[in-house]
Write a protein that binds this ligand. Structure first.
Ligand SMILES: Cc1cc2nc3c(=O)[nH]c(=O)nc-3n(C[C@H](O)[C@H](O)[C@H](O)COP(=O)(O)O)c2cc1C
Length: 205
């Protein structure tokens, strides 16, 4: 068991990572890379639709993706460690999060390990970060996001932070990933942090 300097039990540096079939599978891949860089254990569960987006949006194979994770769980393995609240984690991120997966989490009628693990994180009052990717939203989507927020989830769509002046799509993606990981208290070196206005605007403000 992990202990702090006083010998008290500490939550292991362990995050559940769900990757669902919204556009932007690369966000999930970069979450895994970031966790590896930070020495955080990752527990990965991937939906079938996410394997479709992987093939359409990247040159990665399913093995390339899963090899980035510490532990890979099968989608239908509802007896996995992450299906129980007694398995301690820092929480869960779903990156990207499809409307289908988001809606299933909101109902509590969970049919896969991914959505069961998210339900567990909610019931244990741990952080659940959903990088929901769809546009535009209809009223049902917005109401579902409101309901999830009321339940304690954090809706964190992967929107570009142009104030960070990304020089590439890769930098834009890493900024969104890093800001989402901030929500678990995980500080990734790739994040560009705002340090106040610069140039003439700083004088005028
Ligand atoms: C290339 C591709 C891109 C997609 N993009 C999105 C998207 O951005 N948002 C979304 O909610 N669904 C998107 N979908 C549809 C989902 O994959 C579909 O609703 C699927 O049932 C989601 O299943 P899952 O939640 O189990 O991953 C996309 C599908 C494909 C093939």
């Amino acid at each position: 068991m992990d202990q702090d300097v006083n010998g008290a039990a500490q939550t292991p540096r362990r995050l559940v990572v769900g990757i669902s079939g919204a556009s932007g599978v690369v966000y999930g891949a970069r979450v895994l890379d970031a966790l590896n860089e930070m020495g955080v254990e990752s527990h990965l569960v991937v939906t079938r639709a996410a394997l479709l987006t992987l093939s359409q949006e990247t040159d990665l194979t399913p093995d390339d993706l899963t090899s980035k994770a510490t532990v890979v769980h099968r989608l239908n393995d509802v007896g996995a460690s992450i299906a129980s609240g007694s398995f301690r984690t820092l929480g869960m991120i779903v990156a990207p999060c499809s409307v289908r997966t988001m809606s299933e989490i909101a109902t509590g009628v969970t049919s896969t390990l991914l959505t069961r693990a998210a339900d567990v994180v909610l019931k244990e009052r741990r952080p659940l970060v959903l990088m929901v990717r769809e546009t535009p939203f209809h009223l049902g989507h917005l109401r579902t996001m409101t309901a999830l927020t009321e339940m304690g989830a954090i809706i964190a769509p992967p929107l570009p932070a142009l104030y960070a002046r990304p020089a590439s799509i890769a930098e834009m993606i890493d900024q969104s990933v890093g800001r989402a990981l901030d929500l678990f208290g995980l500080e990734w070196a790739a994040v560009r942090r705002w340090d106040g206005l610069k140039g003439p605007a700083a004088e005028e403000a």
